[in-house]
Design a protein around this ligand. Sequence first.
Ligand code: HEM
Length: 474
Amino acid sequence: MQALPLDDDGSDGPGKAAFSPPAPSPIDNVPQNHLWLRSFAVLPKVVSNPIESFSATAYEEPVFQTRMFHQRLAMVHDPKMLRHIFVEKADLLSANDVRQKILKPALREGMLTAEGATWRKARRAIAPVFAPRNVHGFALSMRNVTSAFIEDMKGGPDKIPLADRLTKLAYMVLSDSLFSGDLDADSEQVLSDVAYFLEHLGRPDPMDLLGVPDWVPRITKLRGIGAIKRLRAAVRATAERRLERDRNGEDLPEDFLTLLLRTRDDENDPLSIDEIEDNIITFIAAGHETTARALAWTIYLLSFDQDALQRCQAEVDALDIDSVPPEQWGTYLPWVTACFEESMRLFPPAAIVSRNLDADIQFDGHEILAGTQIVASPWILHRHKRLWERPDEFHPERFFGDNRDQIDRFAYLPFGLGKRVCIGARFAMQEAQIILALLLRSFEFAYEEVRLPWPIMKVTVQPDNGIPMRLIRR
Ligand code: HEM
């Protein structure tokens, strides 16, 4: 267990009562001989909000094996066991069927949903695109897009739906890094298409969970296809135009699209136009809502913790943003970063990582059989009773200074683990640091509603009320 660090004044543990944001309580444990009954009872929650479906045992035991209808599940939330399965036995894992059914129709052979040789080729070819040098190269664009957005916010209403506004900002930041403004589509339309896709396609279909064969049409999958088609058409047209410009020897902007066009696989072949299209769609789907959710939860949590907020403000005010280049801001913002990381502990944007296990595994007294679905949920792991003291409370100290080093690498997994760890983690952290620095310099945020937001998992963990927030200019 990572004990809570001492306060700065040396007192034993945090002196004040920390904010404990509303979140689903574990459901009571159900006797293992009533698993079909339990499966029916939790089915509506698995479909509408999976984080409400976890039982208390999952938060208490390192490994908890159960069933959902015909499917064996192993909920694994032990750092040693996670390392063993996802690193040492990674070759025994394959993509989870339900997730593939949700995402693959839209993302096709993009890196998130590709498997085997297709995935390996894409990952190796695209990894250099996310190298530190390239990510640093996007910092100025992140700063400029955010500054312009903040100027707009200053001229807008005092009360905003924070989560929605940050989704728009994160999309604009990502889109500028991807296409330098060349995308042949209206950003409002793209945003609403992606939101529509995540809203309608981003949920498990009850028929998949019940094991109904694939040929039975899923109503939930039929909606949202038009939205993704429109987005694909715009991305493809933009990529083709850029290729044409390259062939004509024109100067190209230094953005993701150009980097993808120039990258080469192991045989020194370029990526095909289909591979580029699938991966750009994947970056849009995987890369903006995740970051936006994490930012919105961070500001919400800070609005309930004045001490933590003041330390953030002191840090961002002390940063000389005109002489320090934005890719270095993170170094000057350890407390802001700790708040962001603690926010992703409480509200991990990607709450469930799961895989099919293709062969039996024995480890540390546990046996998990082939065919079991391994569930490694950052949501459960980050609130696990054996790993964290006062797991439901907001304590950024956990991630500050030396305390950060005490956290087991496999006890905190907002960006996943193993060979399929998030390729965009560095990009997301840099973006979050830049956006938080600029927002917290410009505004205070006051949450004035009586009801606090409730987390709902629809692909990402998002607030059910958009987080209405009053902006106060600093
Ligand atoms: C705070 C922001 C983010 C969070 C919390 C996050 C989280 C994750 C997680 C947990 C995974 C692993 C999924 C699994 O193993 O099933 C993942 C994979 C991935 N993420 Fe992120 N992500 C974030 C931002 C981004 C960004 C900005 C991009 C791209 C611009 C991105 C692109 C991807 C891709 C392509 C994968 C698939 C990697 C593979 O399978 O090889 N993510 N992300």
